[in-house]
Design a protein around this ligand. Structure first.
Ligand code: ADP
Ligand code: MG
Ligand code: MG
Length: 252
């Protein structure tokens, strides 16, 4: 589904990603872990097509097409979803209206008619129930006065509604109390299928107790330096990242 090949990216002339290789197949959940500042959010942004970052080398292939030159909107239309670490507030636009507009924009870009209102309503109810969301919440202004947990829940709601092929979740766990973490993770797990894939980016192992990854990658200084299964996340939780840095230093 997704192939990242020798990806190098810079921001303001400084190299952040320095040769990332990554392959995600349909049905898989991959986790990217790494210390603060290692380039995790940069990788998420570059996959999603954020133009603040300059790709200096390498390619991103999505469903066999090279998407390296596509805009963020075009990638979203193809089914790539990025959750936002710091979601925007849009006063006066409700959670429901925002998602209706987003869905119909994507449909329009794909040459489809607007989703019929009754179908939209049904889907909103179904997904809100899946994520144990309050009715009242749906009519609130987008992100205005939302708690950290509410912002995250809203992100996952957007994801549930948009049904992306590839969901990139950046630090979805930050700001979540344990109950909200469980609800959000359950939502992500319930949305999993053989046809979609998830890339979970997290600094902490905690989230991976709930969203169990098939593959765990460690990102340090803009490179994937280690890849393993879910047990690697447990080792990282116990031992931190220094032992990997030492291993790398010895190899050098
Ligand atoms: P992580 O998500 O792993 O904590 P980031 O990808 O956010 O790491 O950041 C990696 C490095 O790139 C950091 O040194 C950060 O300061 C820098 N960086 C990221 N985005 C920007 C930006 N928009 N402008 C300037 N520096 C940035
Ligand atoms: Mg960071
Ligand atoms: Mg980050």
């Amino acid at each position: 589904m997704l192939q990242v090949k020798n990806l190098h990216a810079s921001v303001e002339g400084e190299a952040i990603l320095r040769g990332i290789n990554l392959e995600i197949k349909p049905g898989e959940v991959h986790a990217i872990m790494g210390p603060n500042g290692s380039g995790k959010s940069t990788l998420a942004s570059v996959i999603a097509g954020n133009e603040d970052y300059e790709v200096t080398e390498g390619d991103i292939i999505f469903e066999k097409a090279n998407i390296s030159e596509l805009s963020a909107d075009e990638r979203a239309h193809k089914g790539i979803f990025l959750s936002f670490q710091y979601p925007v507030e849009i006063p006066g636009v409700s959670v429901t209206n925002f998602i209706k507009t987003s869905i119909n924009q994507i449909r329009k870009a794909r040459g489809q008619e607007d989703m019929p209102a009754n179908e939209m309503l049904k889907k909103i109810r179904e997904k809100a129930a899946l994520l144990e969301m309050d009715r009242k919440f749906l009519s609130r202004s987008l992100n205005e006065g939302f708690s950290g947990g509410e912002k995250k829940r809203n992100e996952i709601f957007q994801m549930a509604m948009l049904e992306p092929k590839l969901a990139v979740l950046d630090e979805t766990d930050s700001g979540l109390d344990i109950d909200a973490l469980r609800v959000v993770s359950n939502g992500v797990n319930k949305l999993k299928s053989d046809e979609n894939a998830t890339l979970v980016i997290t600094h902490y192992q905690r989230l991976l107790d709930y969203i169990v990854p098939d593959v765990v990658h460690v990102l340090i200084d803009g490179r994937i330096v280690k890849t393993g299964d879910k047990d690697l996340a447990k080792v990282l939780e116990e031992k931190g990242y220094d032992w990997i840095k030492e291993e790398l230093a010895q190899q050098a």
